[in-house]
Design a protein around this ligand. Sequence first.
Ligand code: 13P
Ligand code: SF4
Length: 303
Amino acid sequence: WPFFAPYVKAINELKAARNAVILAHNYQTPEIYNCVADFVGDSLQLARQATKVDAEIIVQCGVHFMAETSKLLNPEKTVLIPDAEAGCSLAASITGADVRLLRERYPGVPVVAYVNTSAEVKAEVDICCTSSNAVQVVESLGSDRVMFLPDRYLARYVASQTTVSIIAWHGACEVHERFTGEELRAYRNADPSISIIAHPECPPDVIAEADFTGSTAHMIDWVRTRRPRRVVMVTECSMADNVAAETPGVEFVRPCNLCPHMKRITLPKILDSLLTLSEEVVVDPQVAERARRAVERMVNLKS
Ligand code: 13P
Ligand code: SF4
């Protein structure tokens, strides 16, 4: 903490001086999540919050597609990301040209894109979704077949929750695909009363072992309300650190995996970003206009 304190003070002062807000994802480290963020949440909550920002500058503490989504919803504001290299294996798995080819192959089938995609991909699809509203979005289209991209595991999970037939892309999250059902069974065998909760980007054998599956915000709510004695949060490591701070008495049992992209965002880089107003997120206006439609269609869905 003594190391963090001068950064926290400088960031909070500069934020006020610059009329900036910090939107931070649930996977950000505790010093960012607790000490400098103005708003924390899952991807859907961050996108919704981005539509309500009054400040002139948004500093996105998360990965690039999240900053792009904020920019799409706030074309007139400055959106900064403290490290422009903070990518995502899902967003990197598909291009706009891939979506155009899929449309040729499956004419008339609507396309849903997980928000973990580039603006270029969002510009080619009908609607976006996040892990917290994917089933609702798929069913909102009124079609018996839907293309769902790019996460094959989230697609499998959605298919298990709906009668709509899902055509999936082959992307995967490099963090969640590393978990196995076998490692979770070992925890369950050692302590049958343990709770296991998983993100739907996990493979099906992992989800089969889980007592609950949901977005990062839904996982946090589950722990807040259920207060399990011992819980394995099958997701990125900072989640457990952040929730542990507000749920004394709950023991968070590892395993967890780090997202190297999320971990690129640090207090020194946030300070630098506010000082130099970089890296500014820029989206080609023509791409942005089409991509915005897909994001707004999702944000405007009644929950
Ligand atoms: P959430 O929308 O559940 O926060 O997930 C975002 C993400 O990148 C998970 O890996
Ligand atoms: Fe992308 Fe996975 Fe990292 Fe989330 S955890 S940002 S899906 S690589």
